[in-house]
Design a protein around this ligand. Structure first.
Ligand code: IDP
Length: 141
């Protein structure tokens, strides 16, 4: 199985709820290693660039406002099938639809304030890891 790296963000709602440690525990319990991390208060420009793929969506403005409403915790997770594994831990985008026991089911309040971000494919992981950690190799050695 492939050792992958993926970008994860603990969003402002979950940082405000003081559950960074609980979410990190889930990554570690699933065998994912935290190989880089930083807490950042994103600027409007950074949040807009990061979510540029959603620029034409009706929720784009609200998404950017939410992402800059407080600090976020950004990390690179590494492990076997890290991208899918992290998406499975996160649960569905809408917490009302997220499976029981997932991060979003347990910590998210709404589709806007949904606790976590995770890269959804190897291509996006590569772009997102280098967006926040320039020079970092997305491929684990
Ligand atoms: P994902 O975070 O599960 O990958 P995406 O479809 O990539 O979901 O959307 C990115 C983020 O945009 C979501 O996590 C959520 O915060 C927000 N979002 C997505 N769809 C909606 C919506 O219909 N209304 C409001 N916010 C949304």
């Amino acid at each position: 199985m492939a050792i992958e790296r993926t970008l994860s963000i603990i969003k402002p709602d979950a940082v405000a709820k003081n559950v960074i440690g609980k979410i990190y525990q889930r990554f570690e319990d699933a065998g994912l290693k935290i190989v880089a991390s930083k807490m950042v208060h994103l600027s409007e420009r950074e949040a807009g660039q990061f979510y540029a793929v959603h620029k034409e969506r009706p929720f784009f403005k609200d998404l950017v406002s939410f992402m800059i409403s407080g600090p976020v915790m950004i990390q690179v997770l590494e492990g076997e099938n890290a991208i899918t594994k992290n998406r499975d831990l996160m649960g569905a985008t809408d917490p009302k639809k997220a499976a029981a026991g997932t991060i979003r089911a347990d910590f998210a309040d709404s589709i806007d304030a949904n606790a976590v971000h995770g890269s959804d494919a190897p291509e996006t992981a590569a772009v997102e890891v280098s967006f926040f950690f320039p020079g970092m190799n997305v491929y684990a050695r």
